[in-house]
Design a protein around this ligand. Structure first.
Ligand code: RFL
Ligand code: PHB
Length: 389
């Protein structure tokens, strides 16, 4: 098999890259370890930045998102039951869009099918070869047979546990990591959302978040110790804990119901440098992980794809590889800004096991500054709604 760009991973990053490249006449093959239904069963991110919304439209996959997505002009932060509105529109002139990662991925699969894309599912033993030469190739098993895919470039879009990042020699790779001492227990329920806007709550019992997918689908999270297992949490226990962490009037408006998905995600900040090695380019979670506070994970995967698709299209259309040579540099500049924002919002909104009274006063002071200063709200909103590419 032969293609221009081999894409490892058929999550949102890999599919969006394939979609943008195919529209520019560049051939791709996507290799995905899981079945399509498995990829589409993962409940993850929910908030799209303005730039993500634009790029999805440019990729020809914006129609359903514009019809069914919910534009949000603001979000709320609470601290010990005091509610603070951050008006994104007023602060920076941008909105965000609530539209689930599952739906983005579904739209991408449909658009790719319509274009006759080659997406191979249930591939195993993927290995990358000759990355620093000008004829790299990928070997893998599919349908019980060993296969070889020759290509000009490889995009590593295979998430945090994929094979692409470890294919960069350990001697050149530098990894930056921070692991947080808690996780998020998330519940999806077929109930109307509590409030029109998202609420990030800092409470003495721990962090909580109210979010949604649509008018009849709510998404809620609570901070839990890393030792908790999802089986330990009955629906009743989850709802009781969520309500206890929200201001009483918000808690009173929550409609509870059976969970249709329940999972615990640990919180981690992680960056791999460089993001490129020879003909291999890392994108999305393969290169970096953010804690979900601030919803930057999916949006960063999309901004990586913006930089990489632009660079590959320049290379194929006029032979100019300047943008490809600086892909990692361009992507990382934005990655570190989102990294700082997610880390800082995580520190601001969670109760840490070793938190002192002094640390708590620092949170209170920072929240007071956000409440008092339109400059502080502007800086927050510019990153929350999405820095420009
Ligand atoms: P993905 O979505 O992980 O897709 C990678 C794909 O690569 C496949 N794969 C392989 N394929 C072939 N060969 C291999 N050896 C392979 N190894 C892996 C995988 O099966 C998968 O289909 O990465 P991508 O495309 O970079 O997209 C990034 C986003 O998915 C991610 O940043 C966000 O979902 C992060 N994230 C969240 N972000 C938010 O903004 N808000 C959230 O609420 C939120 N919740 C989450 C999350 C990430 C989670 N993970 C990864 C554990 C909840 C979880 C549980
Ligand atoms: C979600 O709706 O899943 C969501 C929203 C905001 C976040 C993280 C997750 O910061």
């Amino acid at each position: 098999m032969k293609t221009d760009v081999a894409i490892i991973g058929g999550g949102p990053a890999g599919l969006l890259l394939s979609q943008l490249l195919m529209r520019a006449g560049i051939s791709t093959v996507v290799l995905e370890r899981q079945t399509r239904s498995h990829v589409l069963s993962r409940i993850r991110a929910g908030v799209l930045e303005a730039g993500t919304v634009q790029l999805l439209q440019d990729a020809g996959v914006g129609e359903r998102m514009l019809r069914e997505g919910i534009p949000h002009d603001s979000c709320y932060l609470t601290s010990d039951d005091t509610l603070m509105k951050i008006d994104l529109m007023e602060a920076c002139g941008k909105q965000v869009m609530v539209y689930g990662q599952t739906e983005v991925t579904r739209d991408l699969y449909e658009a790719q099918d319509a274009m006759g894309a080659t997406i191979l599912h249930e591939v195993s033993d993927v290995a990358l070869h000759d990355l620093t030469g000008d004829a790299p190739f990928v070997t893998f098993r599919h349908d019980g047979a060993d296969q070889r895919l020759d290509c000009s470039y490889i995009a590593g879009c295979d998430g945090f546990h994929g094979v692409s990042r470890p294919s960069i020699p350990a001697s050149v790779r530098q990894e930056f990591e921070k692991v947080y001492p808690f996780g998020w227990l998330g519940v999806l329920s077929r109930t109307p959302p509590a409030t029109p806007e998202l609420i990030y709550a800092n409470h003495a019992r721990g962090f909580a978040l109210t979010s949604m997918r649509n008018a009849m689908l709510s998404r809620y999270y609570i901070q839990v110790p890393l030792t908790d297992r999802v089986e330990d949490w009955t629906d009743d226990a989850f709802w009781a804990e969520l309500l206890a962490r929200l201001p009483p009037d918000v808690a009173a408006s929550i409609v509870t119901g059976p969970s249709i998905e329940k999972s615990i995600a640990p919180l981690r900040s992680f960056v791999c440098e460089p993001m490129q090695w020879g003909r291999l380019f890392l994108c999305g979670d393969a290169a970096h992980i953010v804690p979900p506070t601030g919803a930057k994970g999916l949006n960063l995967a999309v901004s990586d794809i913006f930089y990489l698709s632009r660079a590959l299209i320049a290379q194929y259309s006029d032979g100019n590889d300047d943008l490809l040579a600086r892909y990692g540099q361009d992507a990382l500049a934005r990655v570190w800004q989102a990294m700082r924002f997610s880390w800082s919002l995580t520190k601001l909104m969670h109760r840490f096991p070793d938190q002192t009274d002094f640390d708590r006063r620092m949170q209170v002071a920072e929240l007071a500054q956000l409440a008092a200063s339109s400059d502080a709200r502007r800086l927050f909103s510019q990153v929350y709604a999405g820095l420009p590419y």
